[in-house]
Ligand binder design. Structure first.
Ligand code: NAD
Ligand code: IPM
Ligand code: MN
Length: 353
């Protein structure tokens, strides 16, 4: 029996609603598989934990998470309790940083049964590879002076190693897809980092045969992403550009509630982390209407990562059948509760067993 030991961090807001439901789906998948099981260790880290303990996680929290085969996270952040930069840097970004989760893979495609807001959506299917450890999210900088003279300085950091690694990941992914990589740049306006980004992209491109490449400024890219998403296969982007692009990707799929992500550790020293693209959605907490698909599709990425691609495909294909039958939460135009969608999915999965 293959056992995957998951550290489960539901976090805040709707994370607490969608994570347990996605675990039930994973257990159903394990039953169908027959030779696979999941073991869960639950962690109540989040903003309530902070209010009780003065920190977002226990002192030995990172060691305990490290002992897992993967981290399954919901969402972090409740600004009514803890300022976002404290909660995020104390949990989500801390894990990304300390576990060297330097690549964030975020797919977007036409999701069967969910109406894209685009008028005539062509059949797009793309993946954004987001550099996940540095760039605009560096902790280099500071604040000085006071009052009207106050200055905030935020230095962007682009290392050759992490930049090249993100690009290599994108090219390797493209080799197994439609062999096209777009680089999201802004070398016309950002003086140091983006020309450097372009150079690394050009250099990387010479190392892969038969892959078409395009370098596109992020502003123009953002527009084409909406008007012609079908033109993209793999997009490699810096941390912040990738963050914004993947919410646009979620938007053109129909809702931020359905987009998944995988934060990958590539050096084998730490577990990878799987979390949806969306946040804690404070405006719908407790209403029972959170779209569970982001968390469930994220479970598919986890299955893929652990070599269970057939099971991952079964999960996503079945999810799309369920949405095509009309099991839709309000964010995607339906009137179903989270539980009704999840129950319908589990029923259909069991019927295929
Ligand atoms: P958000 O993604 O939480 O919400 C944006 C909008 O999308 C809201 O209207 C919300 O109701 C809706 N939405 C999000 N997920 C949904 C789902 N599954 N089903 C239906 N509707 C959904 O973004 P925000 O409002 O900018 O952030 C709220 C909090 O979450 C902040 O504290 C923020 O820092 C945090 N956040 C955390 C993560 C993460 O943990 N990975 C990601 C983004 C934001
Ligand atoms: C995401 C989120 C995070 C990010 C925030 C919550 C720090 O928006 O995972 O997309 O910016 O990376
Ligand atoms: Mn984001």
């Amino acid at each position: 029996m293959k056992k995957i030991k998951l550290a489960v961090v539901p976090g805040d807001g709707i994370g607490v609603e969608v994570v347990p439901r996605a675990l039930r789906v994973l257990d159903t998948i394990a039953d169908i598989h027959g030779g696979l099981s999941f073991e869960y260790e639950h962690f109540d880290y989040g903003c309530d934990y902070y209010l009780k303990h003065g920190d977002m996680m226990a002192a030995d929290g990172m060691d305990r998470l490290r002992a897992s085969d993967g981290i399954f996270l919901g969402a972090v952040g409740d600004a009514t309790k803890v300022p976002d930069h404290i909660s995020l840097w104390g949990l989500l970004l801390k894990i990304r940083r300390e576990f060297e989760l330097e690549i964030n893979v975020r797919p977007a495609k036409v999701f069967k049964g969910i109406q894209s807001p685009l008028l005539n959506p062509k059949d797009f299917d793309l993946v954004v590879v987001r550099e996940n450890s540095e760039g605009e999210y560096s902790s280099v900088g500071g604040r000085m002076y006071h009052g009207d003279n106050e200055i905030a300085i935020q230095n962007n950091v682009f290392s050759k190693r992490a930049t090249k690694q993100a690009m290599d990941h994108a090219f390797k992914l493209a080799e197994s897809r439609r062999r096209h990589v777009t680089s999201a740049t802004k070398s016309n306006g950002i003086f140091h980092s983006m020309p450097f980004w372009d150079e690394v992209f050009k250099e990387t491109a010479t190392e892969y045969e038969g892959i078409d490449t395009v370098s596109q400024h992020i502003d123009a890219l953002a527009a084409t992403f909406v008007t012609h998403p079908e033109r993209y296969d793999v997009i490699v982007a810096s941390n912040l550009f990738g963050d914004v692009l993947t919410d646009i990707g979620a938007g053109i799929m129909g809702s931020i509630g359905i987009a998944p992500s995988a934060n990958l550790n590539l050096n084998g020293k730490h577990p990878s982390m799987f979390e949806p693209v969306h946040g804690s959605a404070p405006d719908i907490v407790g209403k029972g209407i959170a779209n569970p698909i982001g968390q469930i599709w994220t479970a598919k990425l986890l299955l893929d990562h652990h070599g269970e691609v057939a099971m991952g495909n079964l999960l996503l294909d079945t999810m799309e059948q369920v949405t095509a039958e009309g099991f839709l939460t309000p964010d995607v135009g339906g009137d179903k509760q989270t539980d009704e969608v999840v129950e319908a999915l589990i029923r259909k999965l069991k019927s295929k067993a």
